[in-house]
Ligand binder design. Structure first.
Ligand code: HEC
Length: 101
């Protein structure tokens, strides 16, 4: 439920920014990033988050755990708010379903 709300909020935000490009942006049917956006988010993650330590696999943590990790690590990786969201979208799309620990 939470996830769906988040996705809806993101979709509305996107739609309002890109209303003039509606035809291009389309609506991702899965509610996730489209393939191109996902590829960009993946490389952002790989380039920003593997500098100081090995890159953690998205499946190592749940989406919820990732949220606090990204809040924690984004300043270290010098991500702006949008990049932070992008990285979070990427890892949460591949996150573990099981509660951590
Ligand atoms: C400037 C260096 C640096 C960058 C850049 C960085 N990290 Fe880290 N990260 C650390 C350090 C240091 C630790 C070990 C924990 C600590 O001592 O604060 C850590 C720990 C972690 C952990 C393990 C947390 C745990 O609970 O054990 C994860 C997952 C992680 N980082 C993810 C990320 C992600 C995602 C990014 C990109 C947004 C990122 N890191 C960017 C320095 C960095």
């Amino acid at each position: 439920m939470k996830k769906i709300t988040l996705i809806l909020v993101a979709a509305v935000a996107l739609a309002s920014c890109e209303s003039r490009q509606k035809a291009i942006a389309g609506t991702p049917t899965t509610g996730k990033l489209n393939t191109r956006q996902m590829a960009a988010a993946k490389s952002l993650y790989e380039n920003s988050c593997g500098k100081c330590h090995v890159l953690h696999a998205p499946s190592e943590y749940t989406a919820e755990k990732w949220k606090s990790i990204i809040d924690w690590m984004a300043p270290r990786a010098k991500l702006d708010e949008q990049q932070k969201q992008q990285v979070f979208q990427y890892v949460s799309a591949h996150a573990s379903d099981a509660p951590a620990g």
